[in-house]
Design a protein around this ligand. Structure first.
Ligand SMILES: NC(=O)C1=CN([C@@H]2O[C@H](COP(=O)(O)OP(=O)(O)OC[C@H]3O[C@@H](n4cnc5c(N)ncnc54)[C@H](OP(=O)(O)O)[C@@H]3O)[C@@H](O)[C@H]2O)C=CC1
Ligand SMILES: Nc1nc(=O)c2c([nH]1)NC[C@@H]1CN(c3ccc(C(=O)N[C@@H](CCC(=O)O)C(=O)O)cc3)C=[N+]21
Length: 303
């Protein structure tokens, strides 16, 4: 593979390691001042294999950062009422600063109801309407981890964002919409594209910053990328990899990386780009929640 001589491959894995180290330092300060470690509770309902791996990684990295991890694995048959009762217990538990309920939830549970049951002060995913509204209106609050991680990576290659054209493909509440809000707050000119967008390739070609959060393997082609653009690939898609052996799978993003790397000024790989930042930002948000809840001031890494 040849890359443009000036293309910067954004190493999300390395950036995330550095962020986790800074969070760990601050968590140690928090422990020294308060007598307890910041606490993060992660709830998994059912046994989806991918979700199970993420939850294990989150718990492991929480402990490595010197925080208390409370892992709740519930059977797929758990009723909505039982899950809401657990959320209520976690809301009331002073050792728990952050609560994450892994999505997707089984179909018999109303995910929106569960999100709204989480105390906004402990909503480390930033999915509660109170936090979404705070982001939209420019008030301090908890910001969704994946877009926050994307903003940190964008800033690492381009600190001055005002006036840049940003295109976000995808309008989900967990990635696309909050990503657009963060870029707007940075004074980018933001376009949100989605499945009804006409002539998506032309829209993308305007972008100085192109964020793909779609869930379609390698949909964004090289000739959709403006030369020199910053390309952030949020997509996590598992596709068959027969070259690795029968039944094997590999991860690809929403961007055709080998093509886009030829035109981009900077680009995130998959894996090793946005994914590791999501978990690092989760730990960052748990620390931020602990600080906001207790008033104990430590150095919380910011975007
Ligand atoms: N790296 C990480 O940490 C994370 C990665 N992800 C990954 O990011 C991707 C997106 O996740 P999420 O936002 O939850 O996904 P959703 O399925 O909730 O949203 C997908 C968005 O893409 C849009 N879309 C679908 N098809 C097209 C198309 N052909 N052209 C343009 N837009 C299209 C949809 O439009 P419409 O609204 O019109 O239907 C929708 O807004 C997934 O691959 C997911 O696995 C997600 C979270 C974290
Ligand atoms: N309430 C909730 N909050 C979430 O933040 C949330 C969720 N539910 N449900 C699922 C999605 C997805 N998600 C990822 C986290 C880390 C990686 C990650 O670490 N990816 C590695 C690869 C991991 C692998 O090899 O599978 C990488 O890209 O390098 C990916 C995806 C968080 N999500």
């Amino acid at each position: 593979m040849t890359t443009h001589p000036t293309t910067r491959i954004i190493d999300g894995k390395a950036f995330a390691e550095g962020l986790r180290r800074r969070v760990a330092d601050a968590a140690a300060d928090f422990l020294a001042r308060s007598g307890r470690a910041p606490g993060l509770a992660v709830v998994l309902v059912g046994d989806d294999p991918a979700s199970s791996v993420y939850v294990r990684n989150k718990a492991q990295q929480t402990v490595e950062a010197g925080m208390a991890s409370f892992e709740h694995r519930l059977p797929a048959e758990t009723s909505e009422a039982e899950l809401l009762a657990l959320v209520a217990r976690l809301n009331a538990d002073d050792a728990v600063d952050g609560i994450l309920v892994q999505l997707p939830l089984p179909a018999h549970i109303d995910a929106q109801k569960v999100i709204e049951a989480i105390d906004p002060a402990k909503d480390v995913d930033g999915f509660h309407p109170a936090n979404a509204g705070r982001l939209m209106t420019g008030l301090p609050g908890l910001v969704p981890c994946t877009p926050l991680g994307c903003l940190m990576l964008i800033r690492s290659v381009q600190p001055a964002l005002a006036g840049l054209e940003a295109v976000v493909i995808g309008r989900s509440n967990i990635v696309g919409k909050p990503m657009a809000q963060l870029l707007l707050a940075e004074s980018c000119t933001v376009t949100i594209a989605h499945s009804k967008t006409r002539d998506l390739p032309s829209v993308c070609r305007r972008a100085d910053i192109l964020v793909a959060a779609v869930g379609r393997p390698q949909m964004v082609r090289g000739d959709w990328v403006k030369p020199g653009a910053i390309v952030i690939d949020v997509g996590i898609n598992r596709v068959p990899a027969p070259e690795r052996g029968e039944g094997k799978m590999r991860l690809v993003g929403d961007v055709a990386y080998d093509e886009a790397v030829e035109r981009a000024g900077a680009i995130t790989p998959v894996p090793g780009g946005v994914g590791p930042m999501t978990i690092a930002c989760l730990l960052r948000n748990a620390l931020a929640a602990a600080v906001a809840r207790t008033g104990i001031v430590v150095d919380v890494p910011s975007a």
